[in-house]
Design a protein around this ligand. Structure first.
Ligand SMILES: Nc1nc2c(ncn2[C@@H]2O[C@H](COP(=O)(O)OP(=O)(O)OP(=O)(O)O)[C@@H](O)[C@H]2O)c(=O)[nH]1
Ligand SMILES: [Mg+2]
Length: 190
């Protein structure tokens, strides 16, 4: 995998990095494991992994070598967030997903133990309305047996109606490289 580097954090369009590289956005409930997977892909700790959830508040842009950019978005569903903060979050994510020209697809990360929810549905809809692809990463697979992983994949495919579902573990690295290869091959290279 290419060398991954941190570019910058930003909230507003005018502050997003100027680049012609394609972008892959990472979204998911707070604590789903977005920053952890980015660190695996980077092979070092470049994204903050928090003990307390809800630490990522800005859009964090990372370069995958010179081939594409990953955008780590703040997680949703963090209970102790106030209404104002949720509105700010929603505006930031909506703006980014609807206005970024170079957006190539969305990686939606979900803890394998959870069900598809309205939050995931809403964010997936933004993408589908623009004919942009969504792939689901089911995280923390290290906590489950092979059989339960297969069941979780089938359940999420059925609930989301999204075909591209990958089990990953940032603890054991299982599935992480395959997931990156899928994204590179289908969204970036072609
Ligand atoms: N067992 C296990 N724990 C994981 C895995 N991935 C992440 N975690 C743990 O889950 C917690 C949240 O991980 P983060 O990567 O910070 O999650 P995030 O989605 O970036 O969260 P926010 O930035 O709050 O949106 C941390 O305590 C991680 O150590 C995994 O694959 N297996
Ligand atoms: Mg994070």
């Amino acid at each position: 995998m290419a060398k991954m580097t941190f570019i910058k954090s930003a909230v507003k369009m005018k502050d997003f990095p100027e680049s012609k590289m394609k972008e892959v956005a990472f979204a998911g409930r707070s604590n789903a494991g977005k920053s952890s997977l980015i660190n695996i892909w980077a092979n070092e700790k470049i994204a903050k992994v928090s003990q307390s959830p809800g630490k990522t508040r800005l859009l964090n842009f990372f370069a995958m070598g010179t081939s594409y950019i990953i955008v780590d978005m703040p997680g949703y569903g963090y209970a102790s967030r106030g209404a104002d903060e949720i509105t700010t979050w929603r505006k930031m994510v909506q703006n980014y997903l609807s206005q970024r020209q170079q957006l190539a697809g969305l990686v939606l990360l979900m803890d394998m133990a959870r069900d598809w929810s309205e939050d995931e549905e809403t964010i997936a809809q933004y993408m589908m309305k623009q004919d942009l692809p969504v792939a689901i990463g089911l995280t923390k697979s290290d906590k489950f047996s092979k059989t339960d992983i297969a069941k979780a994949i089938a359940r999420i495919k059925n609930q989301s109606r999204i075909e591209d579902v990958y089990p990953v573990s940032s603890q054991t690295r299982a599935g992480c490289e395959e997931f990156e290869e899928f994204i590179f091959r289908n969204w970036i290279k072609k």
